[in-house]
Design a protein around this ligand. Structure first.
Ligand code: ADP
Ligand code: MG
Length: 347
């Protein structure tokens, strides 16, 4: 826990401009294309000649996407950047700049928002992204709202869409699945205990892995760089934010194909299996229909099997099939279960 300052500064004491100065003092730009960052009416960017730009945006709303009862602001700042960078990674592009919209109410102190920005800056440093601007306003209901837009770039021939998958391509996923969903179950349980008895100390030591997967996910830029080193350009790619089933179905729909996913191939961490057992949840369901893993799901031609097979952080979980064969999970018994999209945020 960071040490709490003796007195907290109310937002009103600094005013909008003072707050922006405190929060957004910009570090030196890391990207050569960043010509003017925070402080002017608009940022000025120089795209790298020959590369195409990608842009993606995400809204994170308190009460919908995060719960400040158990989400430290520093982690939230990091996650807000990481989930955006994950979308750039899923295009096989490199992130370059970031714009941050922020609405907060009077219940937040200047110091609390500085914590948020410490996390934002940490993630910007980790991914080599420049924070080049944003907007700050008050939130009448008091809820915290973050609106994050990230820019990135890639050579036109390197950009990977959801639509490029071909029947017989191998279906691959990075890292492991289902842990973030179980982390959320642990945090929700501890929250209920805390609301019952505010003196209770949260018991999270045994759940470090799954809780960290929920609170502080990483964008898999490392996998993007490694694929490039291997000379592998996926045919299609998507990041796993809503659970594997939903992402496989997106990829199939956009590529006009079907898929077979083998249950016994799903990458599940030991911790995920243990926590799932404790919560009496099926780990396969956590992987398929949980969410927020932020791993990469991608397809490669069969001919590249050897290049991905031996990678310690990539698992071949199945393959694509012609569209009339549908998208199914294949159980070890051979039984096939149709994949259903559950989605993460219920509307
Ligand atoms: P404007 O009146 O043109 O909206 P602002 O006073 O809101 O300008 O912003 C001043 C500068 O600070 C701009 O460069 C803007 O991009 C940047 N900025 C404002 N809010 C934030 C924020 N929350 N995070 C990062 N940069 C910000
Ligand atoms: Mg403004």
């Amino acid at each position: 826990m960071p040490e709490q300052p003796q007195t907290l500064t109310p937002l009103a004491q600094l005013g909008e401009f003072g707050l922006i100065r405190r929060l957004a003092q910009s570090a030196r730009a890391q990207q050569p294309g960043t010509r003017t960052a925070i402080g002017d009416d608009a940022a000025v960017l120089q795209p790298t000649p020959g590369l195409q730009q990608v842009i993606s945006t995400d809204l994170l709303l308190e009460g919908i996407h995060f719960d400040l009862t158990f989400c430290p602001l520093r982690h939230l700042g990091y996650k807000a950047v990481a989930v955006n960078v994950s979308d750039v990674a899923a295009m096989n592009a490199r992130p370059t700049q970031l714009v941050m919209g922020l609405a907060a109410g009077a219940r937040f102190s200047v110091e609390a928002l500085e914590e948020l920005y410490a996390g934002i800056r940490l993630a910007c440093d980790a991914y080599g992204v420049d924070l080049v601007g944003g907007d700050t306003t008050t939130s009448p209901g008091g809820h915290l709202l973050l609106s994050v837009t990230v820019l990135g770039e890639a050579a036109p021939e390197a950009i990977v869409r959801r639509s490029g998958g071909q029947p017989t391509d191998l279906l691959c996923v990075s890292g492991d699945l289902g842990a973030a969903y179980l982390g959320l179950q642990v945090l929700n349980r501890e929250k209920a205990v805390f609301l019952d008895d505010p003196e209770a100390q949260p018991e999270l030591e045994n759940y470090a892995y799954v809780v960290q997967r929920q609170l502080r996910p990483e964008a898999r830029m490392d996998v993007i760089h490694e694929l490039a080193e291997l000379g592998v350009v996926p045919t299609a790619m998507i990041d796993v934010s809503d659970g594997l089933a939903s992402e496989v179905l997106h990829l199939c729909r956009e590529s006009g194909v079907g898929a077979r996913v083998y249950q016994d191939r799903l990458p599940l961490a030991e911790e995920t299996l243990e926590v799932a057992e404790e919560f009496k949840l099926d780990p396969t369901t956590c992987a398929l229909n949980g969410g927020e893993d932020y791993e990469l799901l991608f397809t490669v031609p069969l001919a590249l099997h050897d290049k991905v097979r031996n990678h310690p952080d990539i698992t071949v979980i199945g393959h694509l099939v012609p569209p009339d064969q549908g998208a199914y999970l294949v159980l070890p018994s051979g039984t096939q279960v149709e994949l259903q999209a559950q989605g993460w945020t219920a509307f």
